[in-house]
Design a protein around this ligand. Structure first.
Ligand SMILES: CCCC/C=C/CC(=O)SCCNC(=O)CCNC(=O)[C@H](O)C(C)(C)COP(=O)(O)OP(=O)(O)OC[C@H]1O[C@@H](n2cnc3c(N)ncnc32)[C@H](O)[C@@H]1OP(=O)(O)O
Length: 279
């Protein structure tokens, strides 16, 4: 994928500078050591191969710059945090494309889930499936209080199955029983329900999502990095290792599953339904 970097905006000081790529805006504040990363892939921030690639590059840049200790993930698109994996990447393409796409999805998850940075999700819109997965990789989730902003792993509603590492990430967050129900029923939770089940840590008025994320970040950044990072690693490494050990097999599983005629039909019907919703 071609990656076009955004020009820094005019202004003085680091906090006025933006960098990033066409689909991932990065607003760094060197003074606080916090950067805000915004998905910008209108209309719904679907996780296309381009977006995944650009996101991984931007995250790596921040990880390698010791100025930054914390990142807030949010959306630049109104009303949607992320619509999850891009269905058009999983429909009507060839096996080589599916393999490349799935490798990028795995890579993003692996990097986020064990990131040394403090990651906070400022969820300012709908957050289904892969969008929810991204938020689950964060250390803390804040959701805007809007009944349209549903969150959850709804894969079964599309006739597909959340892979084991999606499931593990959910189980690590809300526990086994709640995950069993949520995954089988493809539940999309209202903000108050998401808070109750522990899928998010806070629900706040929409105009306070980012400011809340910044104050929560200050609390996490008050902890010495090495102690916090080793603790995070201790909590998450077993989950990550399960995928690392069988990455290629997981890609092969995905490719053969997604290539089935029945799965292609389900996805196409789901996409059609999304499009018809407008008419
Ligand atoms: C082993 C296999 C495991 C694979 C794992 C998959 C995990 C996933 O992430 S699958 C993706 C699941 N995502 C969803 O179910 C969300 C679908 N989208 C929505 O529910 C809604 O779009 C929204 C609530 C996010 C936003 O609603 P809104 O009314 O604002 O926008 P729409 O009119 O619905 O959509 C605008 C436009 O975008 C297209 N679109 C929406 N979601 C996706 C998507 N995930 N991938 C690709 N394209 C998407 C939608 O069709 C519309 O397109 P048109 O403008 O061309 O009609």
């Amino acid at each position: 994928a071609t990656i076009r970097r955004t020009e820094p905006t005019a202004g003085s000081g680091d906090s006025a500078r933006r960098f990033g790529t066409q689909r991932v805006l990065v607003e760094p504040d060197a003074a606080s050591g916090v950067a805000v990363m915004k998905f910008k892939n209108p209309p719904v921030n679907s996780l296309s191969l381009e977006l995944l690639t650009e996101f991984i590059i931007s995250l790596e840049k921040l990880e390698n710059d010791k100025t930054f200790r914390g990142v807030i993930l949010t959306s630049d698109c109104p009303r949607v945090f992320s619509a999850g994996l891009d269905l058009t990447e999983m429909c009507g393409k060839n096996p080589a494309h599916y393999a490349e796409y799935w490798k990028a999805v795995q890579e993003l998850w692996l990097r986020l889930y064990l990131s040394n940075l403090v990651l906070i999700a400022a969820i300012n819109g709908a957050c289904p499936a892969g969008g929810c997965l991204i938020s689950l990789t964060c250390d803390y989730r804040i959701l805007a209080d809007n009944p349209k902003y549903l969150i959850g792993l709804n894969e079964t509603l599309l006739g597909i199955v959340a892979p084991f590492w999606f499931k593990d990430t959910l189980v690590n967050t809300i526990g086994h029983r709640a995950s069993e129900q949520a995954l089988q029923l493809g539940l999309l939770f209202l903000p108050a329900e998401a808070l109750q089940v522990g899928l998010v840590d806070q629900v706040v008025p929409e105009d306070q999502v980012l400011s809340t994320a910044l104050s929560v970040m200050a609390r996490w950044m008050a902890i010495p990095d090495h102690a916090r990072q080793l603790t995070k690693n201790m909590m998450r490494k077993t989950t990550v290792d399960r995928l690392v050990k069988q990455r290629d097999a997981d890609i092969q599983n995905f490719v053969s599953f997604i290539s089935r005629d029945s799965i292609q039909k389900s996805l196409q019907m789901y996409l059609e339904k999304l499009k018809q919703k407008k008419g």
